[in-house]
Design a protein around this ligand. Structure first.
Ligand SMILES: *[C@@H]1O[C@H](CO)[C@@H](O)[C@H](O)[C@H]1NC(C)=O
Ligand SMILES: *[C@@H]1O[C@H](CO)[C@@H](O)[C@H](O)[C@H]1NC(C)=O
Ligand SMILES: *[C@@H]1O[C@H](CO)[C@@H](O)[C@H](O)[C@H]1NC(C)=O
Ligand SMILES: *[C@@H]1O[C@H](CO)[C@@H](O)[C@H](O)[C@H]1NC(C)=O
Ligand SMILES: *[C@@H]1O[C@H](CO)[C@@H](O)[C@H](O)[C@H]1NC(C)=O
Length: 548
């Protein structure tokens, strides 16, 4: 074949290839998006969203509202004028100037809509189509249990304020149910400014589905007008308040995880967990503090990124949390506003501490930060009194709900020779260890130290009973486990000493998380997974027949 012929065939293929790559990288869902036209008195806005096309004729006030809301974002919170007398009087309109880097981005982002009488100008950044358009899409979607039985809370965020709905319906019920139509709930809105120097208003929406049937799963999606989320699903089984043999006899499977950041290190556990929940059954996730590093970082974007990173997990499994030391910013305001956990008489609806019954387990999610923050010292007693009362109540139903598992961020026992395992652990032990021991708490899961460490059943620094490798048989004191290494941001920074204390049984620095399997009223099986090796690295059985 002639050289030129081969060359042109090659070029044609090459161009087709480039064209296809171009197409792949410009899928419909990120190509805009919005067309504005005007015919006489009729103005039309057409949105091409990722799910459908919506056409608005003579757009209503909401677009005006969105565009004016946009101007509330990204401004400096504090404006200090330095008056330069040569410049004359300060311009009266610019009381809160945009910081310069954002200003140019902002100016470029405005589309020229001067030909529309109504002055519509929902900002679209032409260089990065969709950047602001997405401010109308629900993000950071997650579910959590409430203080009542048969309920599920769905929480999500938009960056512009507009009313949102939750749609849900039962699926896969293990009996015939009458109504499987979609039902709609109006969501509550609360506004939270996640910025520190900048105003970054976040509209947190939440809606609570009631009357769940534990024999069904549920599909749901959230959003409004043109802007809806994908459809997600969860199982209808929830914690219970009314103690009943049929509830207390069921198997429980929870993910136990702690200290999880948004960076590259955090993606190890995310990848394994997504595979795990796609293939095996879990009831929920228990996250023992330290989120995103930190929720308030980069004007709150760090928290947004992390909550979006875990959405594949938190939209399907109830995501239950306690705060860690990294949540201390502004008296834990990011934690308190972003995570809505079960309310109780003592926690002011803040979700710092609460408990719930699931299967044969009474789970206690306990905050320990007040011991180490000067500005929370006055909370120590509130927390402790609540814990005493909670244990007292749990002790009344111990025959039906035999296991008590306490989860917290700071640790009581660990082997790394640093302040967290020495002085700070001593503070917790001095105030709480007797209580946990008296009420025969079965397991204490802790985080904060960036590793996995499994210890013996311990009381007052002494191993109780005989260490039997993977078996704890009728232990008399709590078993202590550290699970603080989902992947923070430091890397492997908590190596074990060459000689560990007598109570140490197994340790690993691999990023990962655990699977708590409560088989029944007498047997607990726990496994630890390495997200680096993608497999199990430790397990134990806890067996108690509670004979007398
Ligand atoms: C919505 O807010 C109202 C008033 O604050 C409150 O009574 C109601 O319980 C909230 N609903 C949900 C689902 O949180
Ligand atoms: C216990 O729960 C089951 C299933 O939810 C229910 O059918 C039964 O009536 C309950 N029993 C009592 C005593 O409440
Ligand atoms: C922090 O929040 C707690 C719980 O709401 C409250 O009791 C305490 O007074 C707050 N402390 C400060 C310094 O705002
Ligand atoms: C828990 O309840 C049992 C049985 O009623 C009782 O013997 C025990 O003293 C209680 N524990 C505490 C710490 O009160
Ligand atoms: C509890 O679970 C263990 C482990 O799966 C099993 O060997 C035992 O028979 C179970 N006990 C009851 C009462 O089902």
């Amino acid at each position: 074949m002639k050289y030129w012929l081969r060359l042109s065939i090659f070029l044609v293929f090459y161009l087709i290839l480039i064209y296809q790559v171009f197409e792949i990288y410009h899928p419909d869902d990120i190509v805009p998006l919005i067309e504005i036209s005007s015919l006489g008195d009729t103005h039309t806005i057409s949105f091409n969203t990722k799910s459908n096309t919506c056409i608005y004729t003579n757009p209503s006030d909401s677009y005006q509202t969105w565009s004016s809301q946009f101007f509330q974002h990204n401004r400096k919170k504090h404006y200090f004028t330095v008056q330069d007398p040569t410049l004359g009087p300060e311009p009266s309109t610019l009381h809160y100037p945009l910081i310069s880097s954002i200003e140019s981005e902002f100016t470029n982002s405005l589309i020229n809509t001067s030909y529309i009488q109504s002055g519509f100008n929902l900002p679209i950044n032409e260089n990065n189509p969709g950047q602001y358009f997405w401010w109308l899409y629900p993000e950071q979607i997650r579910i959590s249990w409430t203080e009542s039985e048969n309920q599920m809370r769905v929480t999500w965020v938009t960056f512009l304020e507009y009313s949102q709905r939750l749609a849900y319906r039962p699926i896969l019920c293990d009996e015939i149910v009458n109504n499987t139509d979609w039902a709609f709930l109006e969501a509550n809105i609360s506004v939270f400014d996640v910025g520190e120097d900048l105003i970054r208003l976040q509209y947190i929406h939440d809606a609570v589905i009631s009357g769940l049937n534990s024999g069904c799963s549920y599909e749901y999606f959230v959003g409004s007008t043109c802007f809806w989320s994908n459809v997600y699903s969860f199982r209808g089984r929830t914690p219970y308040v009314t103690v009943n043999e049929s509830n207390a006899d069921k198997h429980v499977s929870m993910i136990v995880i702690g200290d999880w950041g948004a960076g590259i290190i955090g993606t190890y556990s995310k990848t394994l967990l997504e595979d795990d929940i796609a293939n095996r059954h879990y009831d929920g996730v228990l996250h023992l503090g330290d989120f995103a590093y930190d929720l308030n970082g980069r004007e709150g974007r760090q928290g947004d990124d992390w909550l979006n990173m875990v959405q594949g997990i938190s939209s399907k499994l109830p995501y239950m949390t306690v705060p860690g030391n990294h949540e201390k910013f502004y008296n834990m305001s990011h934690y308190s506003n972003r995570f809505k956990m079960p309310k109780n008489d003592a926690n002011e609806g803040k979700g710092w501490f609460y408990s719930f019954n699931f299967g044969p387990v009474h789970f206690i999610m306990f905050n320990t930060e007040q011991y180490f923050l000067d500005f929370q010292q006055d909370c120590i007693l509130t927390h402790k009194n609540w814990l005493i009362n909670d244990l007292k109540q749990a002790n009344l139903t111990r025959d039906e709900i035999p296991w008590i598992i306490l989860l917290t961020h700071h640790s009581f026992y660990c082997s790394v020779p640093k302040i967290e395992c020495l002085k700070q652990a001593d503070v917790l032990k001095a105030d709480l260890e007797d209580l946990l021991n008296d009420y025969k708490v079965d397991i204490v899961f802790q985080a904060h130290v960036h590793n996995y460490e499994r210890d013996a059943s311990i009381y007052k620094e002494k191993v109780q009973g005989v260490i039997n490798d993977h078996y704890y048989i009728e232990p008399t004191a709590p078993v202590y486990v550290i699970n603080g290494n989902a992947g923070n941001y430091h890397g492997h920074n908590d190596p074990f000493p060459s000689v560990c204390p007598e109570f140490f049984i197994f340790g690993s620095q691999d990023y990962g998380y655990g699977r708590l399997n409560v088989k029944n009223r007498t047997h607990i099986y726990y496994e630890q997974f390495s997200a680096e090796q993608m497999t199990e690295i430790d397990y134990f059985w806890l067996i108690k027949h509670r004979l007398g």
